[in-house]
Design a protein around this ligand. Structure first.
Ligand SMILES: [Zn+2]
Length: 162
């Protein structure tokens, strides 16, 4: 084997490795979280949209909530992977048992359908996460509203520098 081909192979392996690592790094670092991260915590790994809100408490509860709702997560993932022609076939053929969330609304085009599912799932998780975080703040503050508000300001991002 010539020197060039060895180097060529090494380069392609190296490219393979650099392709893989960002995908792994993007998993949400919260223990057992089933989602990918959406925000980098300054070289300290990634957090998903929901764990970002719970970094000051409630991370385990948020993970449990997400794990309890794997069906919704899978619905969103499946909808995101579906191809437009598959969506069309689905609408034409009908007769398939679908979760009500995945039932296309009359006149809805593919991109709207995908968007609606994504937004609906996001709203559900956001609401549940907010409830968990509020509950954690309330426990921490011992039920005193003043502290609860201060903690909320600290964690909501309004005091963060741009
Ligand atoms: Zn997470």
């Amino acid at each position: 084997m010539s020197k060039t081909s060895i180097m060529g192979r090494f380069d392609s392996e190296k490219q393979e490795a650099t392709k893989l690592s960002p995908a792994q790094a993007i998993k949400c670092k919260a223990h057992n979280c089933p989602l990918n991260g959406s925000m980098n915590m300054g070289g300290d790994g990634w957090l998903c949209t929901y764990h970002i809100k719970a970094f000051d408490g409630g991370a385990a509860e948020v993970t449990a909530m997400l794990r309890d709702n794997m069906r919704l997560i899978n619905i969103e993932k499946t909808a995101a992977k579906l191809r437009p022609e598959e969506f069309d076939a689905l609408q034409k053929n009908g007769g398939v048992e679908l979760h009500e969330l995945m039932q296309p609304v009359e006149g809805e085009v593919f991109s709207q359908w995908q968007h609606r599912i994504k937004q609906t799932v996001h709203k559900v998780f956001q609401k549940k996460t907010n409830d968990i975080v509020e509950e954690q703040m309330f426990k921490k503050s011992g039920g005193r509203n003043g502290i609860s508000k201060a903690v909320r300001d600290l964690t909501s991002g309004v005091l963060m520098p741009n």
